[in-house]
Write a protein that binds this ligand. Structure first.
Ligand code: C2E
Ligand code: MG
Ligand code: MG
Ligand code: MG
Length: 275
């Protein structure tokens, strides 16, 4: 759209460059699967009471031949927009199930499923097939969804959630507290796990009354019988506060950064509750 002649002439080359960069990223992403440029890293979650790792979250990494590591924050939204998230997400689910088979039997693997992927009619079939071919029991697979999935909450969304639940797959609410209507989502479906967004963990030690929200969510989880995970725990001070507020699990750089699968077993053997 033209904002008037002068501005149009001024902005056009810049817009053009951005469109071209996006187009290039899109073309590269279309080839990335076949070229095996994606990898999964895993970030452990620690169960506070036992001090053991309860499972790991799979986080995708794209090693671009020219640009190096591209953050998922920079390509997942585009993949969503052009529909590529469906084949990419399918690769994530299959790879995560295979990798989890190399871990101790009590550990689960969590995969992030974005709205376009959730809406595609292939999701449930993909999960059934990935579980069957890897041999991973359904209860060891966890699907993380964000508000985006529930925004278009309708019969089909709920039906998919219930189908996953019937298979035995766990369902987690990711980035809890950042959405427009986080509380009402808890009413629409009985989530197995609530992941408290890391912005609230940050507030713990940086804001007066910063613990109020975490305390409330941990209490809510307790009443509902739901696991509550504090995300983005980086310091011992935050860890101590979280212990006081009663979250059941923690995830964050203090426990470990996301790592390649071949480092997970070492983390498992060294797991302990940080001081
Ligand atoms: P998320 O699901 O909320 O994942 C947590 C993000 O926080 C990860 O970023 C993780 O590396 C980062 N993180 C964990 N602990 C800490 C900490 O202590 N401090 C800080 N500053 N950050 C921490 P990452 O890997 O860059 O992923 C970003 C987002 O991209 C994810 O947010 C998720 O929404 C999306 N994503 C990642 N992998 C996938 C995937 O396979 N499929 C889909 N659909 N989305 C994915
Ligand atoms: Mg997540
Ligand atoms: Mg999160
Ligand atoms: Mg997030």
């Amino acid at each position: 759209k033209l904002d008037g002649r002068g501005t149009h002439r001024f902005f056009e080359p810049e817009m053009d460059a951005r469109m071209q960069a996006r187009r290039k990223l899109e073309l590269d992403m279309r080839q990335a699967l076949a070229r095996r440029e994606f990898q999964l890293h895993y970030q452990p979650q620690l169960q506070r009471q036992s001090g053991a790792l309860s499972g790991c979250e799979a986080l995708i990494r794209w090693y671009h031949p020219e640009r190096g590591l591209v953050s998922p924050l920079d390509f997942i939204p585009l993949a969503e927009e052009i529909g590529l998230i469906v084949p990419i997400g399918e690769w994530v689910i299959r790879q995560a199930c295979r990798d989890a088979m190399t871990w101790p039997g009590h550990m689960s693997v969590a995969v992030n499923v974005s709205p376009a992927q959730f809406k595609s009619d292939r999701l449930v079939e993909t999960i059934i097939s990935a579980l069957a071919s890897s041999g991973l029991p359904a209860r060891r697979l966890e699907v993380e969804i964000t508000e985006g999935v529930l925004l278009q909450e309708n019969e089909r969304t709920l039906q998919t959630l219930h189908r996953l639940r019937e298979l035995g797959v766990r369902v987690s609410m990711d980035d809890f507290g950042t959405g427009y209507s986080s509380l009402s989502y808890l009413r629409s479906f009985p989530f197995d796990k609530i992941k408290i967004d890391r912005s609230f963990v940050k507030d713990l030690t940086s804001k007066p009354d910063g613990e109020a929200i975490i305390r409330a969510i941990a209490g809510l989880g307790k009443s509902l019988g739901t696991t509550t995970v504090a995300e983005g725990v980086e310091t011992s001070e935050q860890m101590q506060r979280i212990r006081l507020e009663g979250c059941t699990d923690v995830q964050g750089y203090l426990i470990s950064k996301p790592v390649p699968n071949d480092e997970i077993l070492t983390l498992v053997s060294r797991a302990r509750i940080p001081a």
